[in-house]
Write a protein that binds this ligand. Sequence first.
Ligand SMILES: NC(=O)c1ccc[n+]([C@@H]2O[C@H](COP(=O)([O-])OP(=O)(O)OC[C@H]3O[C@@H](n4cnc5c(N)ncnc54)[C@H](O)[C@@H]3O)[C@@H](O)[C@H]2O)c1
Length: 279
Amino acid sequence: MGRVEGKVAFITGAARGQGRSHALFLAREGARIVATDVGGGQVEHVEYPTSSEDDLQETVRLVREAGGEIVAGYADVRDRDAIDAVVAQGLEAFGFIDVVVANAGVFTWGAAPNLSREGWQTVIDINLNGTWNAVQSVLPSMIARGKGGSIMMTASQIATRGQSNAVAYAASKAGIVGMMRALAAELARENIRVNTIHPSTVYTEMILNEPVYKVFRPDLENPGLAEMEAELRPFHMLDVPALDVEDISHAVVYLASDESRYVTSMKFAIDAGSTQKLG
Ligand SMILES: NC(=O)c1ccc[n+]([C@@H]2O[C@H](COP(=O)([O-])OP(=O)(O)OC[C@H]3O[C@@H](n4cnc5c(N)ncnc54)[C@H](O)[C@@H]3O)[C@@H](O)[C@H]2O)c1
């Protein structure tokens, strides 16, 4: 018997990175998956490639290969109607959704005085409003079913400790924490638990790209991963530069499962000690 046997999990940003890993981990532990990610090309005002349509299909293939059940649809989390359509597809296929992993997000950077209006708006719209869209879209059916649930929202260590040149990202992720606290208080009577996840830097395409290497070493002509890792390592208490997606998925399985039945309103840090060291 899997640790989340019988549950149905709705995951945004499921095409790759942490979201794909969460889908696989939850499926291997018995959950059925409703997956979504952006379709239709590059998200504007983001300086690294967002996922392709093939990436989401690859998640579908991997979940099925692992013996899991999955339905998937493309939706920009900023588009509430599109999110509602994927949720409806999931409800049609599986009857209910009792786990939400609101994971889709983008990272942008830049000194505050020069940050463009579009740069600010894009991050707030995707990371904060998009998280809200994913959660609120599921809530009516989750409450009406009357059997509780677990909602997770991916924030970041930066929500707590801040970071220079990341003001929009920090604001969006700190906003998620406020959303989580309010929802946890409101939904406890429904036995719906609400928690945020705060990863440190994770090896995904969000950070494994040249513009981000340059953020960490602007003084170098062509910095690479090794140069960025040297900058990242001192953020942590534990001796590691960045985490693997699996490290975050273990927490997701725990928070989705009944093992965490009395865990709610928590900022769940998986950050090698960085928040406590620098926060
Ligand atoms: N990688 C890190 O260092 C790190 C650290 C802390 C928190 N996070 C957070 O973890 C979450 C997952 O990111 P990741 O590391 O897997 O990076 P990633 O870029 O590989 O995955 C993010 C996914 O979100 C999707 N997405 C972006 N904009 C979207 C939109 N408008 N609508 C729908 N989907 C959209 C992307 O296509 C992508 O598949 C994000 O919320 C991110 O902010 C990442």
